[in-house]
Write a protein that binds this ligand. Structure first.
Ligand SMILES: O=C(O)c1cc(=O)[nH]c(=O)n1[C@@H]1O[C@H](COP(=O)(O)O)[C@@H](O)[C@H]1O
Length: 239
């Protein structure tokens, strides 16, 4: 996979105008970047906008992080799979029956959509895990536990921080996708993220894709920021 294909730009914008302004840069390019549409944009623009981006050639990650009883999640995935996006997300803490039902629904749709499982959010640190959520042990051990559960349920991969991607691969399989948010170029502020790595570090640790939002979308020159990240990844891949 080329360096530019490993970056997923999180289009966390309030509406279509802001998102389209960024995507304009690739209007005539054959190599469109991977984009992620999350709650904020999806609830504002709806499915048609997402389907249109797919038709234009953008690989799309529709990140709605479903979490409910197995039947409800499976029916939700059934509806979402019709959009023909590349990636969808559900939460690991829904448990094995939920994960299996979601995967079955995704496969049944036959659109080739891959299903990812959110382990522990990258905004979670050990103190929060232990004291607020009441889950004992380290964040890493919880991520690995969820990743193994997800792997056994037959989904395609997990969302975890770059700090855990190598461990996830070791505990599951090298083909099991590790998609990592919480990416911050050196010296950038972590903001609400707790488990952060630089783009180069995340790739080095075995991440397949990096999800990056504000370091690109809030940069004074978002395209230059995207290109600098791609350059950093390239350097690591060529090492
Ligand atoms: O599922 C995700 O993409 C996700 C999981 C997670 O654990 N942490 C996380 O930050 N994300 C998403 O990744 C993006 C990170 O954005 P920035 O912090 O702006 O780079 C956001 O769109 C989050 O919703």
């Amino acid at each position: 996979m080329r360096a530019e294909e490993r970056v997923i730009i999180a289009l966390d914008y309030p509406g279509a105008n802001e998102a389209e302004q960024l995507l304009q840069a690739w209007a005539f390019s054959q190599n469109k970047p991977f984009i992620k549409v999350g709650y904020q944009l999806f609830y504002a623009v709806g499915p048609e906008w997402v389907v249109k981006r797919k038709q234009e050639g953008f690989p799309v990650f529709l990140d709605l992080k479903l979490h409910d009883i197995p039947n409800t999640v499976a029916k939700g995935i059934e509806s979402l799979s019709r959009f023909g996006v590349d990636l969808l997300t559900i939460h690991a803490c829904g448990g094995r029956a939920m994960l299996e039902a979601a995967k079955e629904a995704c496969e049944k749709a036959g659109a080739g959509t891959r299903l990812l499982v959110v382990t522990q959010l990258t905004s979670t640190d050990r103190k929060m895990l232990n004291e607020e959520l009441g889950i004992p042990g380290s964040v890493e051990s919880s991520v690995i536990r969820y990743a193994q559960l997800a792997y056994r349920a037959g989904v395609d991969g997990v969302i975890c921080s770059g700090r855990e991607s190598g461990m996830v691969k070791q505990a599951t399989s090298n083909d099991f996708l590790a998609v990592t948010p919480g990416i911050r170029p050196a010296h950038a502020e972590a903001q609400d993220q707790k488990r952060v790595l630089t783009p180069g570090e995340a790739i080095q640790s075995g991440a397949d894709y990096l999800v990056i939002g504000r370091p690109i979308t809030r940069a004074t020159d978002p395209i230059a920021a995207f290109e600098a990240i791609v350059k950093e990844i390239k350097e690591v891949l060529e090492e």
